[in-house]
Design a protein around this ligand. Structure first.
Ligand SMILES: Nc1nc2c(ncn2[C@@H]2O[C@H](COP(=O)(O)OP(=O)(O)OP(=O)(O)O)[C@@H](O)[C@H]2O)c(=O)[nH]1
Ligand SMILES: [Mg+2]
Length: 471
Protein backbone atom coordinates (compact mmCIF):
# COMPACT_ATOMS: atom_id res chain seq x y z
CA UNK A 1 0.00 0.00 0.00
CA UNK A 2 1.33 3.39 -0.93
CA UNK A 3 0.01 6.53 0.76
CA UNK A 4 0.94 9.82 -0.79
CA UNK A 5 0.29 13.03 1.13
CA UNK A 6 0.45 16.07 -1.05
CA UNK A 7 1.19 18.60 1.67
CA UNK A 8 1.78 21.42 -0.78
CA UNK A 9 -1.17 20.67 -3.06
CA UNK A 10 1.25 20.20 -5.93
CA UNK A 11 -0.91 17.82 -7.93
CA UNK A 12 1.88 15.26 -8.31
CA UNK A 13 0.44 12.66 -5.93
CA UNK A 14 -0.71 10.43 -8.77
CA UNK A 15 2.68 10.45 -10.49
CA UNK A 16 4.42 9.68 -7.21
CA UNK A 17 2.00 6.92 -6.32
CA UNK A 18 2.29 5.23 -9.69
CA UNK A 19 6.09 5.43 -9.61
CA UNK A 20 6.19 3.90 -6.11
CA UNK A 21 3.94 1.08 -7.22
CA UNK A 22 6.07 0.50 -10.32
CA UNK A 23 9.17 0.31 -8.09
CA UNK A 24 7.56 -2.10 -5.62
CA UNK A 25 6.30 -4.29 -8.43
CA UNK A 26 9.71 -4.37 -10.06
CA UNK A 27 11.31 -5.37 -6.77
CA UNK A 28 8.70 -8.12 -6.25
CA UNK A 29 7.38 -6.60 -3.05
CA UNK A 30 3.86 -7.80 -2.30
CA UNK A 31 2.02 -4.47 -2.25
CA UNK A 32 -0.78 -5.92 -0.20
CA UNK A 33 1.68 -6.76 2.57
CA UNK A 34 3.94 -3.69 2.61
CA UNK A 35 3.30 -0.04 3.27
CA UNK A 36 5.10 3.15 2.30
CA UNK A 37 4.28 6.73 3.18
CA UNK A 38 5.29 9.47 0.77
CA UNK A 39 5.08 13.16 1.61
CA UNK A 40 5.33 15.85 -1.02
CA UNK A 41 6.60 18.79 0.99
CA UNK A 42 7.86 22.37 0.98
CA UNK A 43 11.46 23.51 0.89
CA UNK A 44 11.15 24.69 4.51
CA UNK A 45 10.08 21.29 5.79
CA UNK A 46 12.77 19.31 3.99
CA UNK A 47 15.40 21.80 5.23
CA UNK A 48 14.09 21.31 8.76
CA UNK A 49 14.22 17.52 8.42
CA UNK A 50 17.74 17.65 7.00
CA UNK A 51 18.83 19.81 9.91
CA UNK A 52 17.17 17.61 12.49
CA UNK A 53 18.21 14.18 11.24
CA UNK A 54 21.32 14.74 9.11
CA UNK A 55 22.75 17.95 10.47
CA UNK A 56 22.68 19.39 6.94
CA UNK A 57 21.15 22.83 6.89
CA UNK A 58 19.81 22.97 3.39
CA UNK A 59 17.05 21.61 1.21
CA UNK A 60 17.59 18.36 -0.69
CA UNK A 61 15.35 16.81 -3.31
CA UNK A 62 14.46 13.62 -1.48
CA UNK A 63 14.83 12.08 1.96
CA UNK A 64 14.10 8.49 2.90
CA UNK A 65 13.66 7.10 6.37
CA UNK A 66 13.87 3.34 6.12
CA UNK A 67 12.67 1.22 9.01
CA UNK A 68 14.58 -1.88 7.99
CA UNK A 69 18.30 -2.01 7.58
CA UNK A 70 18.46 -4.94 5.23
CA UNK A 71 18.40 -5.25 1.49
CA UNK A 72 15.22 -6.70 0.03
CA UNK A 73 14.35 -9.57 -0.58
CA UNK A 74 13.89 -10.64 2.99
CA UNK A 75 11.10 -12.35 4.82
CA UNK A 76 8.46 -9.72 5.57
CA UNK A 77 7.46 -11.63 8.70
CA UNK A 78 10.89 -11.27 10.27
CA UNK A 79 10.12 -7.69 11.35
CA UNK A 80 7.05 -7.97 13.58
CA UNK A 81 7.94 -4.67 15.26
CA UNK A 82 7.24 -2.89 11.97
CA UNK A 83 3.91 -4.53 11.21
CA UNK A 84 1.09 -2.00 11.16
CA UNK A 85 -1.53 -3.46 13.53
CA UNK A 86 -4.28 -1.66 11.61
CA UNK A 87 -3.77 -3.53 8.35
CA UNK A 88 -1.06 -6.15 8.88
CA UNK A 89 1.31 -4.42 6.41
CA UNK A 90 5.04 -4.14 6.92
CA UNK A 91 5.86 -0.45 7.30
CA UNK A 92 8.91 0.07 5.10
CA UNK A 93 9.30 3.72 6.00
CA UNK A 94 8.73 7.28 4.88
CA UNK A 95 9.86 9.33 1.90
CA UNK A 96 9.90 13.14 1.74
CA UNK A 97 10.13 14.83 -1.64
CA UNK A 98 10.72 18.56 -1.96
CA UNK A 99 8.41 19.68 -4.77
CA UNK A 100 10.24 22.94 -5.36
CA UNK A 101 13.59 21.17 -5.78
CA UNK A 102 12.00 18.58 -8.03
CA UNK A 103 10.57 21.29 -10.26
CA UNK A 104 13.92 23.08 -10.46
CA UNK A 105 15.67 19.85 -11.40
CA UNK A 106 13.03 18.99 -13.97
CA UNK A 107 13.65 22.36 -15.60
CA UNK A 108 17.39 21.93 -15.48
CA UNK A 109 17.29 18.46 -17.06
CA UNK A 110 14.52 19.38 -19.49
CA UNK A 111 12.22 16.73 -18.05
CA UNK A 112 8.53 16.79 -17.26
CA UNK A 113 7.82 17.61 -13.63
CA UNK A 114 5.86 14.35 -13.19
CA UNK A 115 8.85 12.39 -14.40
CA UNK A 116 11.18 14.07 -11.93
CA UNK A 117 8.79 13.44 -9.03
CA UNK A 118 8.46 9.85 -10.20
CA UNK A 119 12.23 9.47 -10.39
CA UNK A 120 12.72 10.82 -6.87
CA UNK A 121 9.96 8.54 -5.63
CA UNK A 122 11.60 5.54 -7.23
CA UNK A 123 14.97 6.53 -5.73
CA UNK A 124 13.35 6.86 -2.31
CA UNK A 125 11.59 3.50 -2.57
CA UNK A 126 14.86 1.75 -3.41
CA UNK A 127 16.42 3.33 -0.31
CA UNK A 128 13.54 2.03 1.78
CA UNK A 129 14.29 -1.41 0.39
CA UNK A 130 17.88 -1.18 1.59
CA UNK A 131 19.53 -0.07 -1.66
CA UNK A 132 22.26 2.52 -1.45
CA UNK A 133 24.88 4.29 -3.51
CA UNK A 134 27.79 4.41 -1.12
CA UNK A 135 30.22 2.72 -3.51
CA UNK A 136 30.46 2.45 -7.29
CA UNK A 137 29.11 -1.06 -7.44
CA UNK A 138 26.03 -0.26 -5.35
CA UNK A 139 25.46 2.92 -7.30
CA UNK A 140 25.59 1.09 -10.63
CA UNK A 141 23.08 -1.48 -9.36
CA UNK A 142 20.76 1.24 -8.10
CA UNK A 143 21.01 3.21 -11.35
CA UNK A 144 20.20 0.16 -13.40
CA UNK A 145 17.13 -0.59 -11.31
CA UNK A 146 16.03 3.04 -11.48
CA UNK A 147 16.28 3.04 -15.26
CA UNK A 148 14.19 -0.10 -15.52
CA UNK A 149 11.55 1.15 -13.10
CA UNK A 150 11.31 4.51 -14.84
CA UNK A 151 10.75 2.72 -18.15
CA UNK A 152 7.84 0.80 -16.57
CA UNK A 153 6.49 4.00 -15.05
CA UNK A 154 6.73 5.98 -18.26
CA UNK A 155 5.04 3.28 -20.24
CA UNK A 156 2.18 3.01 -17.79
CA UNK A 157 1.84 6.73 -17.15
CA UNK A 158 1.96 7.79 -20.80
CA UNK A 159 -0.39 4.97 -21.76
CA UNK A 160 -2.88 6.27 -19.26
CA UNK A 161 -2.41 9.85 -20.22
CA UNK A 162 -2.82 9.12 -23.90
CA UNK A 163 -6.25 7.69 -22.95
CA UNK A 164 -6.10 4.97 -25.54
CA UNK A 165 -9.16 3.36 -23.99
CA UNK A 166 -7.70 -0.13 -24.33
CA UNK A 167 -9.39 -1.15 -21.13
CA UNK A 168 -9.79 -4.78 -22.05
CA UNK A 169 -6.10 -5.26 -22.72
CA UNK A 170 -5.12 -4.02 -19.30
CA UNK A 171 -7.84 -5.94 -17.50
CA UNK A 172 -6.47 -8.26 -14.89
CA UNK A 173 -8.07 -11.46 -13.72
CA UNK A 174 -8.25 -9.89 -10.31
CA UNK A 175 -11.75 -8.78 -9.28
CA UNK A 176 -10.61 -5.68 -7.45
CA UNK A 177 -10.72 -2.55 -9.62
CA UNK A 178 -9.51 0.95 -8.93
CA UNK A 179 -8.79 4.24 -10.63
CA UNK A 180 -8.92 8.02 -10.67
CA UNK A 181 -12.01 9.79 -11.99
CA UNK A 182 -12.01 13.54 -12.66
CA UNK A 183 -15.35 15.13 -11.91
CA UNK A 184 -15.87 18.02 -14.31
CA UNK A 185 -18.70 20.40 -15.06
CA UNK A 186 -19.84 23.99 -14.88
CA UNK A 187 -20.02 25.77 -11.51
CA UNK A 188 -22.98 24.77 -9.37
CA UNK A 189 -23.76 21.60 -11.33
CA UNK A 190 -23.49 19.55 -8.12
CA UNK A 191 -19.99 18.02 -8.35
CA UNK A 192 -19.13 18.43 -4.69
CA UNK A 193 -22.56 17.24 -3.60
CA UNK A 194 -22.05 14.11 -5.69
CA UNK A 195 -18.59 13.42 -4.25
CA UNK A 196 -19.97 13.73 -0.73
CA UNK A 197 -22.88 11.42 -1.53
CA UNK A 198 -20.71 8.79 -3.19
CA UNK A 199 -18.03 8.86 -0.50
CA UNK A 200 -20.55 9.12 2.33
CA UNK A 201 -18.55 11.81 4.13
CA UNK A 202 -18.25 15.56 3.92
CA UNK A 203 -15.27 15.81 1.64
CA UNK A 204 -16.02 19.01 -0.18
CA UNK A 205 -18.00 22.09 0.77
CA UNK A 206 -21.27 22.85 -1.01
CA UNK A 207 -23.28 26.00 -1.55
CA UNK A 208 -25.90 27.25 -3.93
CA UNK A 209 -23.46 29.88 -5.15
CA UNK A 210 -21.34 29.04 -8.19
CA UNK A 211 -17.54 28.77 -7.83
CA UNK A 212 -17.70 27.25 -4.38
CA UNK A 213 -14.88 24.75 -4.86
CA UNK A 214 -11.46 26.30 -5.44
CA UNK A 215 -9.08 23.32 -5.24
CA UNK A 216 -8.72 19.82 -6.51
CA UNK A 217 -10.02 17.57 -3.74
CA UNK A 218 -9.88 13.78 -3.68
CA UNK A 219 -12.93 11.94 -2.40
CA UNK A 220 -12.14 8.26 -2.04
CA UNK A 221 -14.92 5.72 -2.58
CA UNK A 222 -14.39 2.19 -1.28
CA UNK A 223 -16.31 -1.02 -1.42
CA UNK A 224 -15.12 -4.61 -1.19
CA UNK A 225 -14.13 -4.81 -4.83
CA UNK A 226 -13.58 -1.19 -5.80
CA UNK A 227 -11.64 1.92 -4.95
CA UNK A 228 -12.44 5.06 -6.92
CA UNK A 229 -10.59 8.28 -6.27
CA UNK A 230 -13.02 10.98 -7.37
CA UNK A 231 -11.31 14.28 -8.05
CA UNK A 232 -13.65 17.15 -7.25
CA UNK A 233 -12.73 20.24 -9.24
CA UNK A 234 -13.62 23.94 -9.41
CA UNK A 235 -16.50 24.51 -11.84
CA UNK A 236 -15.39 25.38 -15.37
CA UNK A 237 -15.73 29.09 -16.09
CA UNK A 238 -13.85 31.93 -17.74
CA UNK A 239 -11.54 33.30 -15.05
CA UNK A 240 -11.84 36.97 -14.14
CA UNK A 241 -8.91 37.22 -11.75
CA UNK A 242 -5.75 35.40 -10.69
CA UNK A 243 -7.64 33.22 -8.23
CA UNK A 244 -9.95 32.16 -11.08
CA UNK A 245 -6.92 31.34 -13.21
CA UNK A 246 -5.60 29.15 -10.41
CA UNK A 247 -8.97 27.43 -10.16
CA UNK A 248 -9.08 26.63 -13.86
CA UNK A 249 -5.53 25.34 -13.77
CA UNK A 250 -6.52 23.10 -10.86
CA UNK A 251 -9.46 21.78 -12.89
CA UNK A 252 -7.42 20.99 -15.97
CA UNK A 253 -4.61 19.45 -13.92
CA UNK A 254 -7.14 16.98 -12.54
CA UNK A 255 -7.30 15.38 -15.96
CA UNK A 256 -3.66 14.36 -15.81
CA UNK A 257 -3.46 10.71 -14.94
CA UNK A 258 -7.26 10.40 -14.70
CA UNK A 259 -8.62 7.07 -15.88
CA UNK A 260 -12.02 8.54 -16.71
CA UNK A 261 -13.96 11.81 -16.78
CA UNK A 262 -17.35 12.13 -15.17
CA UNK A 263 -19.08 15.18 -16.63
CA UNK A 264 -21.96 16.63 -14.66
CA UNK A 265 -24.82 18.51 -16.30
CA UNK A 266 -27.30 20.56 -14.27
CA UNK A 267 -30.71 19.40 -15.55
CA UNK A 268 -32.33 22.57 -14.26
CA UNK A 269 -30.06 24.79 -16.34
CA UNK A 270 -30.20 22.45 -19.35
CA UNK A 271 -27.50 21.23 -21.71
CA UNK A 272 -25.90 24.37 -23.13
CA UNK A 273 -23.16 25.32 -25.57
CA UNK A 274 -20.53 25.31 -22.86
CA UNK A 275 -21.46 21.77 -21.80
CA UNK A 276 -21.31 20.72 -25.44
CA UNK A 277 -17.86 22.21 -25.90
CA UNK A 278 -16.56 20.65 -22.71
CA UNK A 279 -17.86 17.18 -23.53
CA UNK A 280 -16.54 17.40 -27.07
CA UNK A 281 -13.10 18.33 -25.72
CA UNK A 282 -12.91 15.27 -23.47
CA UNK A 283 -14.11 12.99 -26.22
CA UNK A 284 -11.56 14.45 -28.62
CA UNK A 285 -8.83 13.89 -26.05
CA UNK A 286 -9.89 10.23 -25.93
CA UNK A 287 -10.93 10.27 -22.31
CA UNK A 288 -13.32 7.59 -21.22
CA UNK A 289 -16.17 10.00 -20.54
CA UNK A 290 -19.40 9.39 -18.66
CA UNK A 291 -22.12 12.06 -18.53
CA UNK A 292 -24.43 12.37 -15.53
CA UNK A 293 -27.54 14.53 -15.75
CA UNK A 294 -27.91 15.85 -12.21
CA UNK A 295 -30.74 17.42 -10.17
CA UNK A 296 -33.43 15.29 -11.81
CA UNK A 297 -35.45 15.77 -8.60
CA UNK A 298 -35.88 19.42 -9.62
CA UNK A 299 -37.19 19.03 -13.18
CA UNK A 300 -39.86 17.24 -15.19
CA UNK A 301 -39.26 13.90 -16.88
CA UNK A 302 -39.65 15.67 -20.23
CA UNK A 303 -36.76 17.98 -19.48
CA UNK A 304 -34.52 15.07 -18.49
CA UNK A 305 -35.56 13.21 -21.62
CA UNK A 306 -34.74 16.23 -23.75
CA UNK A 307 -31.19 16.40 -22.35
CA UNK A 308 -30.71 12.64 -22.74
CA UNK A 309 -31.80 12.96 -26.37
CA UNK A 310 -29.22 15.66 -26.99
CA UNK A 311 -26.55 13.49 -25.39
CA UNK A 312 -27.45 10.75 -27.88
CA UNK A 313 -25.47 12.80 -30.36
CA UNK A 314 -22.34 11.62 -28.59
CA UNK A 315 -22.10 7.86 -29.07
CA UNK A 316 -18.51 8.09 -27.80
CA UNK A 317 -19.82 8.64 -24.26
CA UNK A 318 -19.31 5.44 -22.28
CA UNK A 319 -22.57 5.98 -20.39
CA UNK A 320 -25.22 8.61 -19.72
CA UNK A 321 -26.92 8.42 -16.32
CA UNK A 322 -29.66 10.67 -14.90
CA UNK A 323 -29.10 11.18 -11.16
CA UNK A 324 -29.90 13.22 -8.13
CA UNK A 325 -26.67 13.77 -6.23
CA UNK A 326 -28.56 15.39 -3.38
CA UNK A 327 -31.05 12.56 -2.91
CA UNK A 328 -28.63 9.81 -3.89
CA UNK A 329 -30.93 8.73 -6.68
CA UNK A 330 -29.44 6.40 -9.31
CA UNK A 331 -25.93 6.99 -8.01
CA UNK A 332 -25.48 3.20 -7.67
CA UNK A 333 -26.05 2.84 -11.41
CA UNK A 334 -23.52 5.60 -12.02
CA UNK A 335 -20.95 3.80 -9.86
CA UNK A 336 -21.47 0.58 -11.83
CA UNK A 337 -20.89 2.40 -15.12
CA UNK A 338 -17.74 4.03 -13.81
CA UNK A 339 -16.46 0.75 -12.44
CA UNK A 340 -16.58 -0.73 -15.94
CA UNK A 341 -13.96 1.82 -17.01
CA UNK A 342 -11.45 1.05 -14.28
CA UNK A 343 -8.37 -0.96 -15.10
CA UNK A 344 -6.06 -0.78 -12.08
CA UNK A 345 -6.13 -3.44 -9.37
CA UNK A 346 -4.33 -1.54 -6.67
CA UNK A 347 -5.65 -0.11 -3.46
CA UNK A 348 -4.24 3.40 -3.63
CA UNK A 349 -5.40 4.50 -0.21
CA UNK A 350 -6.26 2.69 3.02
CA UNK A 351 -9.95 1.99 3.60
CA UNK A 352 -10.35 4.55 6.35
CA UNK A 353 -8.97 7.44 4.30
CA UNK A 354 -11.68 9.31 2.45
CA UNK A 355 -9.85 12.42 1.28
CA UNK A 356 -6.33 13.61 0.57
CA UNK A 357 -6.88 16.84 2.48
CA UNK A 358 -6.06 17.34 6.15
CA UNK A 359 -8.25 18.78 8.91
CA UNK A 360 -6.59 22.18 8.68
CA UNK A 361 -7.72 22.46 5.07
CA UNK A 362 -11.19 21.21 6.00
CA UNK A 363 -11.45 23.75 8.82
CA UNK A 364 -10.67 26.61 6.43
CA UNK A 365 -13.13 25.26 3.87
CA UNK A 366 -15.92 24.83 6.38
CA UNK A 367 -15.55 28.40 7.59
CA UNK A 368 -15.60 29.55 3.96
CA UNK A 369 -18.71 27.44 3.35
CA UNK A 370 -20.51 29.26 6.15
CA UNK A 371 -19.57 32.63 4.67
CA UNK A 372 -20.90 31.50 1.29
CA UNK A 373 -24.14 30.46 2.91
CA UNK A 374 -24.60 33.48 5.15
CA UNK A 375 -23.36 36.34 3.01
CA UNK A 376 -24.79 37.82 -0.14
CA UNK A 377 -23.74 39.39 -3.41
CA UNK A 378 -20.05 39.65 -4.16
CA UNK A 379 -18.81 39.55 -0.53
CA UNK A 380 -18.30 35.77 -0.16
CA UNK A 381 -16.47 35.46 -3.48
CA UNK A 382 -13.76 37.75 -2.13
CA UNK A 383 -13.27 35.70 1.01
CA UNK A 384 -10.28 33.56 1.80
CA UNK A 385 -9.72 31.73 5.07
CA UNK A 386 -6.38 31.19 6.71
CA UNK A 387 -6.02 28.89 9.71
CA UNK A 388 -3.49 30.46 12.06
CA UNK A 389 -3.77 27.87 14.83
CA UNK A 390 -4.89 24.24 14.88
CA UNK A 391 -3.84 22.53 18.11
CA UNK A 392 -5.13 19.55 20.02
CA UNK A 393 -4.88 20.33 23.73
CA UNK A 394 -2.50 17.84 25.27
CA UNK A 395 -4.30 14.97 26.89
CA UNK A 396 -7.72 16.51 26.20
CA UNK A 397 -10.40 15.93 23.59
CA UNK A 398 -10.33 19.61 22.68
CA UNK A 399 -9.05 21.33 19.57
CA UNK A 400 -8.21 25.03 19.51
CA UNK A 401 -8.63 26.60 16.11
CA UNK A 402 -7.99 30.23 15.15
CA UNK A 403 -8.74 31.55 11.71
CA UNK A 404 -8.50 34.77 9.76
CA UNK A 405 -11.26 35.54 7.33
CA UNK A 406 -9.69 37.69 4.65
CA UNK A 407 -11.95 39.99 2.68
CA UNK A 408 -10.95 42.05 -0.32
CA UNK A 409 -12.56 45.39 0.47
CA UNK A 410 -12.65 47.49 3.64
CA UNK A 411 -16.41 47.87 3.14
CA UNK A 412 -16.89 44.10 3.35
CA UNK A 413 -15.54 43.85 6.88
CA UNK A 414 -18.57 45.32 8.69
CA UNK A 415 -20.87 43.18 6.52
CA UNK A 416 -19.04 40.00 7.54
CA UNK A 417 -19.06 41.02 11.21
CA UNK A 418 -22.71 42.07 11.07
CA UNK A 419 -24.81 44.06 13.48
CA UNK A 420 -23.45 43.58 17.01
CA UNK A 421 -21.12 40.91 15.64
CA UNK A 422 -24.12 38.71 14.88
CA UNK A 423 -23.12 37.45 11.43
CA UNK A 424 -19.58 36.55 12.43
CA UNK A 425 -20.94 34.77 15.48
CA UNK A 426 -23.22 32.71 13.27
CA UNK A 427 -20.38 31.86 10.88
CA UNK A 428 -18.23 30.71 13.82
CA UNK A 429 -21.01 28.76 15.53
CA UNK A 430 -22.08 26.85 12.42
CA UNK A 431 -18.47 26.13 11.51
CA UNK A 432 -17.69 24.95 15.03
CA UNK A 433 -20.68 22.59 15.01
CA UNK A 434 -19.55 21.01 11.73
CA UNK A 435 -15.97 20.71 12.93
CA UNK A 436 -17.06 19.05 16.16
CA UNK A 437 -19.13 16.55 14.17
CA UNK A 438 -16.25 15.75 11.84
CA UNK A 439 -13.49 15.51 14.46
CA UNK A 440 -15.53 14.09 17.33
CA UNK A 441 -13.76 16.59 19.63
CA UNK A 442 -14.85 19.75 21.33
CA UNK A 443 -13.72 22.70 19.25
CA UNK A 444 -12.82 26.19 20.42
CA UNK A 445 -12.93 28.38 17.36
CA UNK A 446 -11.78 31.99 17.23
CA UNK A 447 -12.35 33.94 14.04
CA UNK A 448 -10.97 37.35 13.01
CA UNK A 449 -11.83 39.40 9.95
CA UNK A 450 -8.99 41.10 8.08
CA UNK A 451 -8.93 43.25 4.98
CA UNK A 452 -6.52 42.33 2.17
CA UNK A 453 -7.33 44.79 -0.59
CA UNK A 454 -7.99 43.06 -3.88
CA UNK A 455 -6.22 39.84 -2.78
CA UNK A 456 -7.70 37.74 -5.56
CA UNK A 457 -5.28 39.52 -7.91
CA UNK A 458 -2.28 39.17 -5.61
CA UNK A 459 -0.21 36.13 -6.26
CA UNK A 460 1.53 36.03 -2.86
CA UNK A 461 -1.73 36.09 -0.89
CA UNK A 462 -3.28 33.53 -3.23
CA UNK A 463 -0.29 31.28 -2.51
CA UNK A 464 -0.42 32.00 1.20
CA UNK A 465 -3.98 30.73 1.20
CA UNK A 466 -2.81 27.49 -0.37
CA UNK A 467 -4.00 28.16 -3.91
CA UNK A 468 -0.72 27.32 -5.52
CA UNK A 469 -0.99 25.21 -8.64
CA UNK A 470 2.41 24.31 -10.01
CA UNK A 471 2.79 24.40 -13.76
N1 LIG B 1 -32.20 19.64 -5.91
C1 LIG B 1 -30.94 19.29 -6.06
N2 LIG B 1 -29.97 20.15 -5.73
C2 LIG B 1 -28.70 19.76 -5.92
C3 LIG B 1 -28.36 18.47 -6.43
N3 LIG B 1 -27.02 18.39 -6.49
C4 LIG B 1 -26.54 19.57 -6.03
N4 LIG B 1 -27.54 20.38 -5.69
C5 LIG B 1 -27.43 21.76 -5.17
O1 LIG B 1 -26.75 22.54 -6.13
C6 LIG B 1 -25.95 23.53 -5.47
C7 LIG B 1 -24.52 23.45 -5.97
O2 LIG B 1 -23.95 22.24 -5.51
P1 LIG B 1 -22.38 22.02 -5.42
O3 LIG B 1 -22.18 20.59 -5.10
O4 LIG B 1 -21.74 23.04 -4.56
O5 LIG B 1 -21.98 22.30 -6.94
P2 LIG B 1 -20.53 22.28 -7.60
O6 LIG B 1 -20.68 21.74 -8.97
O7 LIG B 1 -19.57 21.59 -6.72
O8 LIG B 1 -20.21 23.83 -7.68
P3 LIG B 1 -18.76 24.58 -7.78
O9 LIG B 1 -17.93 24.09 -6.67
O10 LIG B 1 -19.12 26.00 -7.64
O11 LIG B 1 -18.21 24.26 -9.12
C8 LIG B 1 -26.11 23.29 -3.97
O12 LIG B 1 -27.09 24.15 -3.48
C9 LIG B 1 -26.58 21.85 -3.90
O13 LIG B 1 -27.37 21.57 -2.75
C10 LIG B 1 -29.42 17.58 -6.74
O14 LIG B 1 -29.26 16.45 -7.18
N5 LIG B 1 -30.68 18.05 -6.54
MG1 LIG C 1 -17.87 22.24 -5.79
Amino acid sequence: MVMVFDNVDSGYAQASQKAALAALRKMNVDIKKAEIEINLVSEELITELNGKYRNIHQATDVLSFANINEKFPYNINSYPEFINPANGCLMLGEIFICVKKALEQAKEYGRKAEREIAFLTCHGVLHLLGYDHMNDEDEAEMNKLQDEIMKDFEKEYTDENSHSGEAEEKQDKNDFLSGFVALMGKPNSGKSTLVNTLVGEKVSIVSWKPQTTRNRIFGIYNDEVTQIVFIDTPGLHTPKNKLGEYMMKAASRSLEGADAVLYLIDAEKGFDERDKRNIETYIKQNFNTVAAVNKVDRVTKEKVFDILTQLNNYPQLKAVVPISALKGRNTDVLLKEIRKLLTDNIKYYPDDMYTDKNMRFMAAEIIREKTLRLLDKEVPYGIGVEITEYERRSGKDIIDISADILCEKAGHRPIIIGKGGGTLKKIATYARQDLENITGYKVFLTVFVKVRENWREKEYIIKELGYDEKK
